[in-house]
Ligand binder design. Structure first.
Ligand code: FAD
Length: 539
């Protein structure tokens, strides 16, 4: 296979032109090309007057590839060997029971997919409903304010990322190619082949819902079993090992019991009651740093022009941004989970508390861009060294946000936030909030040292992206579920301090985002498969 880098098109130019360009670059005729595919696509917008779309393309040709590459001697033409991901060879240790996975977010689903495909017939327990039930519960919450604490934006099939922008980029480097495998599986489940080569791939809420249903079907066909409305609410530990799982909900709501010697805890960062249970059961865990802040909305058109200039703004997809700054007291302030053409969502999961996040559809055609502007907080900020102290810190902020917004999302113009006064009318930026909004003075939400850090950060970002610090940018709060406030310790074989329990994904502190959580799910599936035989011990 030959890989060609630095093939370029102008915005608006037809991608079919690439074919001609690659033939010219290889000095071959079209009939010499057996096949070709785009493997990377990015936008080079460093020079606004000369924006380029840059491609990497893999080509198979009829002639001897090494001869061509040698002959052309260009740094942009290389011979490559396509490496692919390989799952673990099965181990020999017998399992008495089918492996159980708690949580069907990306970590649980990808762990379940791998185990099911390898013949382990996993049981997947999910406290929330299926994606359709969940859509109903979430839209009811956004319309009426009536929250289902077990089925919401955080809980239910697909986990926290179901109502999201579905961004799939990750900073995790993985020579074993788990990240690539995650994208391939998403694409096979209907997320679209573009995610395999776009520099910043995203799925979008509308498409993701169908992808999740396809993934469930695939896991079931391979021998996996899903139980919705089934919250892990108790664990039997005998002789220091896991022996069984108590589930609150169904078997016609009388609850269920699963004998178990292998439980994957892929419960996400919002399962506060389950963290409490695990703490009481003696699992080693500690509080960890995460970040809190406010979401900020601007017109997407402003971001588009700032990133791409007037000439090309209309020819390119909705632009993202990533901004960082530093406050005078040395705290990092940064944009997070940016949603081009998206919506701010009320992402609460506990009654009497309000947390926000962002989502978008595949087309990212909403009028606003939004992102969280956040500041890292560490266990020293939480007041005591208790492992669950970060949760208490989050809850305080979310309660304050709920009071300020009267159950709706509290919002304020950035200019009024700076002047410490409640907004009384909107400017040109019209907030797009799923779940309704209400004017409030958000200066009463976060501790003042964080307010100051945010203001300093937003001002600095205004120097990098014109208009970012505009008076009428709309803030909303509170952004408190950025990552897990806890890390559950696990050893080299991926087990917690209680053998048989495998902490996994974002909630356990081993991932941040959809792709890295899915990759961690695969890593845990590998650890289970490498150790245990897929054949159950006959009793
Ligand atoms: P989760 O996805 O949180 O899944 C955990 C699952 O476990 C949940 O379904 C929960 O119901 C279930 N559960 C919890 N406790 C129990 C129990 N006791 N028994 C049974 N089940 C239980 N990340 C990105 O990379 N890109 C984005 O664009 C993006 N946008 C986001 C938008 C929103 C609105 C939100 C809320 C998050 C977003 N994220 C995004 C973050 C991303 O969703 C998470 O990083 C990711 O989902 C973590 O995966 P996970 O599987 O570890 O946990």
């Amino acid at each position: 296979m030959i890989r060609i880098t630095q093939l370029k098109l102008r915005p608006g130019e037809d991608e079919a032109e690439l074919y001609k360009k690659l033939c010219r670059k290889l000095r071959l005729r079209e009939e010499d090309i057996l096949s070709w595919k785009i493997v990377k696509k990015s936008i080079d917008a460093r020079k606004k007057e000369d924006i380029q779309i840059v491609f990497q393309v893999d080509v198979e040709i009829k002639k001897k590839e090494c001869a061509i590459a040698d002959h052309l001697k260009s740094a942009q033409i290389q011979l490559i060997k396509e490496e692919s991901y390989r799952f673990a060879e099965p181990g020999a240790e017998p399992l008495k029971n089918r492996p159980v996975i708690a949580g069907t977010g990306p970590a649980g689903l990808f762990c379940g997919y791998m185990l099911a495909k390898a013949g382990y017939c996993p049981i997947l327990l999910e406290r929330g409903g299926s994606v359709d039930e969940r859509e109903e519960a979430v839209s009811k919450f956004w319309k009426t304010g009536i929250l289902d604490p077990e089925c919401n934006v955080q809980f239910g099939e697909g986990g926290a990322g179901t109502f999201s922008d579905g961004k799939l980029n990750t900073l995790v480097k993985d020579p074993a190619r788990r990240g690539r495998r995650v994208l391939e599986i998403f694409a096979e489940m209907g997320a679209g082949d573009e995610i395999l080569y776009e520099q910043k791939p995203h799925i979008g809420t509308d498409v993701l819902k169908q992808v999740l249903k396809n993934l469930r079907r695939e896991i079931e066909q391979a021998g996996g079993e899903f139980h919705f409305h089934s919250k892990v609410a108790g664990l039997d530990i005998e002789g220091g090992r896991l022996t069984g799982i108590h589930v609150a909900g169904t078997k016609k709501e009388g609850g269920q019991f699963f004998p178990a010697d292998c439980l994957v805890l892929a419960i996400g960062h919002s399962a506060r009651d389950t963290f409490q249970l695990l703490y009481e059961k003696g699992l080693d865990m500690k509080a960890k740093s995460f970040a809190v802040g406010l979401r900020i909305e601007h017109p997407q058109q402003m971001i588009q022009i700032s990133q791409y200039g007037e000439t090309f703004a209309g020819l390119l997809p909705p632009a993202p941004y990533k901004l960082t700054a530093r406050s005078k007291d040395g705290r990092g302030v940064y944009s997070f989970c940016m949603c081009p053409g998206g919506y701010v969502v009320n992402a609460s999961s506990e009654p009497g508390m309000t947390a926000v996040n962002g989502m978008s559809n595949r087309s990212r055609d909403g009028r606003n861009a939004n992102s969280a502007m956040i500041v890292t907080v560490s266990p020293e900020d939480f007041g005591n060294g208790h492992p669950l102290s970060g949760i208490a810190f989050q809850r305080e902020l979310e309660k304050a946000a709920h009071e300020l917004g009267g159950g709706r999302v509290p919002v304020q113009l950035y200019g009024d936030f700076k002047e410490d006064r409640m907004s009384s009318s909107l400017g040109d930026v019209l907030p797009d909030t799923m779940g309704g909004n209400h004017f409030a003075n958000l200066r009463r939400l976060l501790p003042e040292y964080l307010n100051r850090a945010l203001m300093e950060g937003i001002e600095q970002c205004g120097q990098k992206l014109r208009g970012f610090d505009r008076y009428d940018a709309v803030l909303s709060g509170v952004e408190s579920r950025t990552s897990s406030p806890i890390r559950i310790e696990r050893n080299a074989s991926m087990e917690a301090s209680v053998p048989g329990i495998y902490p996994c994904g974002e909630g356990a502190g081993y991932a941040g985002g959809i792709t890295s959580a899915a990759m961690d799910g695969i890593r845990v599936a590998e650890a289970i498969a490498a150790r245990f035989s897929p054949r159950l011990l006959q009793s």
